[in-house]
Design a protein around this ligand. Structure first.
Ligand code: GLC
Length: 566
């Protein structure tokens, strides 16, 4: 059997709203992406993933869709979309769409109908429930279950039209679709076929492991001091999830070539991921797991935990081993929901360029398909948010309100965490050049540009042969040309070391050694045959070659290659 093409591919995520604005309204658009396709082709990436560009009230920046078969006027038109797709294909790249079908917008005609009466034919397309028995509909605490929404507040909204509640695991404007209803599934599959027929190359599926819910919708466990119960056991990897995904495969993907379908899956386990991505089961190609981005999350969400490298390595090691035989994983540090990696895991002050390159090295040479988020190839950093008024993200605003107003937390404590972890960190506009608003827009950007764009920007990166951009290009080339990166066995080294992240990849007689120093202090890699490795081929490093005893400088990364005699 030939290997799927996406095993040697690298994906680049575009958050269109923040990528490039061609018409001066302060919001990125499709024409802006078209204008910058050479930046992406020049980097060498194989696939572009577009965050949602469909018509949307933009309550959650497009993750609330009111028409699945169109383009929001803010971003352009279907004609411009076709032009973009042709431009992507002409450069030998592919394009995958964001698919947000756990929920729609409350302004989607399906929901407008559903909420209109209890006997509307679309009533059952969403999750409607009466108030908790014995309680007055709309009264505090009368919600059908104790679940909280991911964005703060209860997961139920009372609707006066019919005196019932609808479920929304995210914002009140994102009602959850009822996948138990076969008509819902058919409508979604038809829409997906329509996009594939138009020429798109697959989907990134938003919170796709939430779509199957236990119809009993039981109350969740209520942690001490928490405002809401945790309903996850009733909807995370729910009872019919594998059935739904296999049905989707049969109805939408079967017989089509060369697609890439990746499921975003908060809380997915290794065991579940094997089931989701075993090719024989015909569900998805790969998943986004969350363990490594939750590594610094403690029991109290409003107390930052320091990053422990040994924990990070244990997580990646477990995923590498778990999917070694069957299944496939995605590799990512960043996306539009995560803070900037160089600020979170690196040093964005004294060693920004070095640590950005080190992080890229360590991530990309694992087994799996790497994802780059816009600006990561420039080493873009978190933003300096002064106060809550600087944030735009519905999650940041909702959780702030819940923590400060309902739970009585101190605003400063909450802000400290939002500054470090808030999603707006990754959503500040792409930094193209040093001009006002970073060349992102000629108008007023919807979210302020990071002031460091005068130094950190694409024009400066292209002019500097030592930039993060050119280093990422080398990493991408290495995946394209070195089969051991794609298929080699993975062995974690030095699992107890708190400074160094080290592993080998081996395929046939080729062995790669990858080491990254996650600290600003020099560190010696105490591995067997260190001296022998330093005389092997140094494929890549972000600073100078290390000495014979493999002592790595601050934030240094090295990649060696050798041939083993059998
Ligand atoms: C996913 C998206 C996130 C969005 C949420 C609800 O986690 O990545 O941006 O807010 O789903 O659609």
């Amino acid at each position: 059997m030939t290997e799927p093409w996406w095993k040697s591919a690298v994906v680049y995520q575009i958050y269109p709203r923040s990528f490039a604005d061609s018409d001066g309204d302060g919001m990125g658009d499709l024409r802006g992406i078209i204008d910058h396709l050479d930046h992406l082709a020049g980097l060498g990436v194989d696939v572009l993933w577009l965050s949602p560009v469909y018509p949307s009230p933009q309550d959650d920046n497009g993750y609330d869709i009111s028409d699945y078969s169109g383009i929001d006027p803010v971003f352009g038109t279907l004609e411009i979309f076709d032009e973009l797709l042709a431009g992507v294909h002409a450069r030998g790249m592919k394009l995958i769409m964001d698919l947000v079908v756990n929920h729609s917008s409350d302004e989607h005609p399906w929901f407008v109908e559903s909420r209109s009466s209890t006997d509307n034919p679309k009533r059952d397309w969403y999750w409607w429930r009466p108030a908790r028995p014995g309680m007055e509909p709309g009264a505090p605490g009368a919600e059908p279950t104790n679940w909280g929404s991911s964005f703060g507040g209860p997961a139920w909204r009372y609707d006066e039209t019919t005196d019932e509640y609808y479920l929304h695991l995210f914002s009140t404007k994102q009602p959850d679709l009822n996948w138990e209803n076969p008509e819902v599934r058919e409508a979604i599959y038809a829409m997906m076929r329509w996009w594939l027929d138009r020429g798109v190359d697959g989907f990134r599926m938003d919170v796709i492991n939430f779509i199957s819910k236990d119809p009993a919708l039981p109350d969740g466990e209520l942690p001490m001091g928490a405002a809401y119960g945790n309903g996850a056991t009733a909807f995370l990897n729910g009872p019919r999830i594998h059935e739904f995904l296999h049905e989707m495969y049969e109805q939408v993907f079967a017989g089509r070539e060369a697609l890439l379908n990746v499921g975003e899956m908060p809380g997915v386990t290794v065991e579940q991921a094997i089931l989701y991505t075993d090719p024989a089961r015909e569900e998805l190609d790969m998943v986004f797991q969350f363990d490594h981005v939750w590594v610094d999350r403690g029991p109290d969400p409003w107390i930052l935990q320091p990053l422990k490298l040994t924990n990070l390595k244990a997580i990646f090691g477990r995923w590498q081993a778990g999917l070694a035989q069957v299944g496939w994983n995605s590799l990512y540090w960043n996306n539009h929901d995560q803070p900037r990696a160089v600020s979170r895991y690196g040093d964005d002050r004294d060693y920004r360029v070095e640590s950005a390159k080190m992080l890229g090295t360590v991530l990309h040479l694992h087994r799996g398909t790497p994802y780059i988020y816009q600006g990561e190839e420039l080493g873009m950093t978190n933003a300096p948010f002064a106060g809550i008024a600087d944030f735009r993200d519905i999650e940041a605003l909702g959780l702030y309100a819940q923590a400060v107003e309902q739970e009585g937390r101190s605003p400063e404590d909450v802000l400290t965490v939002l500054r470090a972890r808030g999603r707006d960190n990754s959503r500040t506009p792409m930094q193209w050049d040093s001009s006002p608003h970073a060349g992102f827009t000629s108008g007023t950007p919807w979210l302020a540009v990071n002031p460091n764009h005068v130094e950190i920007n694409a024009a400066a990166a292209l002019a500097d042969p030592d930039s993060v951009y050119y280093y990422y290009r080398k990493l991408i080339d290495l995946r394209h040309t070195e089969p051991a990166v794609v298929d080699g066995d993975f062995t974690m080294l030095l699992p107890h070391d708190e400074q160094l992240y080290a592993y080998t990849r081996r395929l046939g007689d080729t062995e790669l050694l990858v080491i990254g120093n996650f600290s600003g202090e020099a560190a010696k890699a105490d591995i067997d045959d260190a001296a022998a490795w330093t005389s092997a081929e140094l494929v890549l490093t972000n600073t100078a070659a290390p000495p014979d005893d493999l002592t790595l400088g601050p934030w240094q990364a090295v990649v060696y290659r050798r041939k083993l005699s059998r």
